[in-house]
Design a protein around this ligand. Structure first.
Ligand SMILES: Nc1ncnc2c1ncn2[C@@H]1O[C@H](COP(=O)(O)OP(=O)(O)O)[C@@H](O)[C@H]1O
Ligand SMILES: [Mg+2]
Length: 232
């Protein structure tokens, strides 16, 4: 485990981002990570990106997405939470030397074109691939070294089959001593055996089994009777 606990210095929870219930809970009690793969799930706006960006930044990964120790663009201010949280665990080296990668669905495509062909990235021209193919190429390449891999909704570009490939890559990362923290809405990714799933919401943060996740329940009901949801 690279990170086994996240704490936050005491701050008032009156204003954003500390006022978001999951962040308030993090400030109050901290969070303990006890498996190499952690998923964060929850409705839009529940605070998943706020938390994964802060972790990425505290570790030394550009909050916009990218590898450890590299700043791709300097015009973005640091995230508030990233400056107040503290990561505990087997975190070696200074920020520049750490192994890891932050993959955000929203910025991944632009980012891939920017670094395609740069030393230390990937040889393939990902711009000639579909979004999903390019994404998997990036993941395959970047996941060869054990490190901290943070992802924000990686499933956005991926088909059902590609999601299953991502599950295999994630397993490999965990197996080789790496760690993954991933915000997701995917019922496929969250089914990964041995992973911890945190459900974020008005209640704060709670651990949940896959079967009991609201997102899984919603999908189950939808697939059972799609017409019910179509308003006719
Ligand atoms: N810079 C900001 N200032 C104030 N509120 C913000 C800012 N960025 C995001 N928010 C709000 O914080 C909440 C959590 O956002 P986010 O972490 O992006 O949620 P999620 O990733 O779970 O959809 C949302 O209500 C969002 O509108
Ligand atoms: Mg988000």
């Amino acid at each position: 485990m690279i990170i086994d606990r996240i704490t936050c210095q005491p701050v008032s929870t009156d204003c954003w981002p500390y006022s978001i219930p999951p962040v308030a809970r993090l400030v109050q009690d901290g969070l303990t990570l006890d498996t190499p793969i952690t998923f964060l799930v929850g409705e839009n706006g529940s605070g998943k990106s706020t938390i994964v960006e802060a972790i990425a930044e505290a570790y030394g990964l550009d909050a916009r997405g990218g590898r450890a120790g590299r700043k791709y663009v300097n015009d973005r201010p640091k995230t508030l939470l990233g400056e107040t949280i503290k990561l505990h665990g087997r975190i070696v080296g200074n920020k520049r030397d750490r192994k890891g990668y932050f993959l955000r669905a929203e910025t991944a495509h632009g980012f891939m074109s920017f670094v395609s062909g740069m030393y230390g990235y990937w040889e393939e021209n990902v711009m000639e691939m579909s979004h999903g193919e390019g994404f998997l190429t990036v993941l395959n390449t970047m996941f060869r070294d054990p490190g901290l891999y943070i992802m924000d909704e990686p499933e956005a570009a991926l088909s059902f089959t590609s999601c299953l490939k991502l599950v295999e890559i994630m397993k490999q990362v965990a197996h080789t001593g790496g760690q993954i923290i991933c915000a997701t809405h995917s019922p496929i990714l969250t089914a990964l055996p041995g992973a911890t799933v945190w459900e974020l919401g008005k209640h704060g943060i709670r651990k949940s089994s896959w079967r009991e996740l609201e997102l899984v329940d919603n999908w189950r009901r939808f697939l059972e009777n799609p017409n019910f949801y179509m308003g006719d």
